[in-house]
Design a protein around this ligand. Structure first.
Ligand SMILES: [Zn+2]
Length: 433
């Protein structure tokens, strides 16, 4: 384990340096000065008077970037705050996150964007980017003032949590967003087909006696939004794709040159609907966990580039929120602290993916999807880095939870691959001691 005090200028020595943009991992050293990456040197032990951090055996990579976090502040501080959410993010290896607009008040006004950014500067453990709402109050009717939201700092637009049912409103949103150069992120779910759904609609839902949402509820919504992206030329990003049919629609749209990108969540890539058999509310998410065929399709989508990146959909809820009858429990699980470990365990360790590719999908790729900095390890850039051991085995204990909420089914799970800490502008944060 590494102990490290806050030092402004130092060498990180002997690490395996991962450059996901270049697709390589090679041993070397990195010089950090005034919070910036100054030099990436091939030699293991540079001659220097500066303090040296021996990171031998560890992997040094660009800090992770999450483009789908629910920070819950303002309005739901009992579930999460900017301080606790960003602490969970840093603990999971993230140096930048983007938070969604379904707070109270909704992020439909520049003042709320400014509020979140100010709070993040005061108490944030990582960089916080803000998604503005597409419609006032997320009501799906009246478009917000995109230009003002952007001026206040919003980097994308989304009514996440809700699908914009009115096609004319979504068309306008894509047109206006295009004019100011922001992507529209869509939560693709036909609310009528998914009405009161508790899980995926399948043989399993019938057996469990729970109402299901058919894959078609997602596919119909994705298909419509792709048509609207084609019509408007606007930039569409599909949040948390969960179905094989959804992957297929995105793949075909990309082949015809439509400007669409897509993300998948760690839970949809690794957990399936049968996990709901003991009615554990922590497996209740939206979109729901699907079947084995869908998981295989999502993984194939990652492999061929149909799915551009991985995003957590970190969705904290209090234990009181979740400890109600299954039907009344809110959807969502936290994910920032476990995303890397879970995916490294299930995909990299099982030979389905190279480590450097996973690192790319968690950093370089999401940053480029919404056009924010991050995901690169080069001289001249801020030293936003993650230090991890891809082979370390550990158990995610309840006492390690940094989020204000505990709604993850992964507490007690043994993982291979552990984040040791992050450098945020050269400043070291670590949970591992
Ligand atoms: Zn969503």
């Amino acid at each position: 384990m590494i102990s490290w005090k806050d030092k402004r200028d130092f060498w990180i020595m002997g690490a395996k340096i991962a450059d996901p943009a270049g697709g390589k991992i090679k041993t070397g050293s990195v010089l950090v000065q005034k919070g910036m990456i100054c030099e990436v040197a091939p030699q293991k032990t540079p001659e220097t008077d500066l303090p040296v951090l021996d990171a031998g055996g560890l992997v040094l990579a660009p800090g992770f970037v999450d483009i789908h976090t629910h920070l819950r502040e303002p309005g739901f501080e009992d579930k999460e705050t900017i301080e606790t959410g960003t602490a969970a993010a840093a603990s999971g290896g993230y140096t930048s996150i983007m938070c969604m607009a379904n707070t109270q008040p909704v992020v439909d006004d520049p003042s709320v964007v400014e509020y979140i950014r100010r709070r993040a500067e005061m108490s944030g453990r990582c960089r916080v980017y803000v998604a503005g709402a597409v419609t006032r109050g997320l009501a799906g009717e009246e478009i917000t003032e995109f230009h003002h939201l952007k001026k206040a700092g919003a980097v994308a637009l989304s009514d996440d949590g809700r699908f914009i049912v009115n096609s004319k409103v979504m068309r306008l949103a894509l047109e206006y967003a295009k004019m100011i150069g922001l992507p529209v992120i869509s939560h693709c779910e036909d609310p009528y087909l998914a009405d009161d759904a508790q899980m995926n609609e399948s043989y399993v839902s019938t057996r469990l006696g729970l109402r299901g949402a058919p894959a078609a509820s997602e596919e119909i919504a994705i298909a419509r939004d792709i048509r609207l992206a084609a019509l408007t030329g606007g930039r569409l990003h599909i949040a948390h794709v969960s179905t094989a049919g959804g992957v297929d629609l995105v793949r075909k749209a990309k082949k015809t040159g439509i400007a669409v990108t897509a993300e998948a969540s760690p839970h949809h890539l690794t957990l399936d609907e049968t996990m709901l058999e003991n009615y554990d509310r922590n497996f209740k998410v939206n979109p729901p966990l699907r079947g084995a065929r869908d998981i295989a399709a999502l993984r194939a989508g990652l492999k061929d580039g149909t799915i551009d990146c991985i995003a957590t959909d970190h969705a904290p809820h209090t234990e009181i929120d979740k400890q109600v009858e299954f039907n009344y429990a809110p959807s969502g699980m936290t994910g920032l602290q476990t995303a890397f470990a879970q995916l490294n365990t299930e995909l990299v360790e099982k030979g389905e993916m190279e480590l450097v590719e996973l690192l790319r999908l968690l950093s370089t790729a999401p940053a480029s999807v919404i056009g924010i900095p991050g995901g690169r390890l080069e001289p001249g850039l801020p030293a936003d880095l993650v230090l991890l051991d891809p082979k370390e085995e550990w158990v995610f204990e309840r006492s390690m939870v940094r989020s204000r909420s505990y709604n993850t089914p992964l507490i007690g799970k043994k993982f291979t691959g552990r984040v040791h800490g992050v450098f945020l502008e050269g400043k070291w944060y670590s949970d591992v001691s």
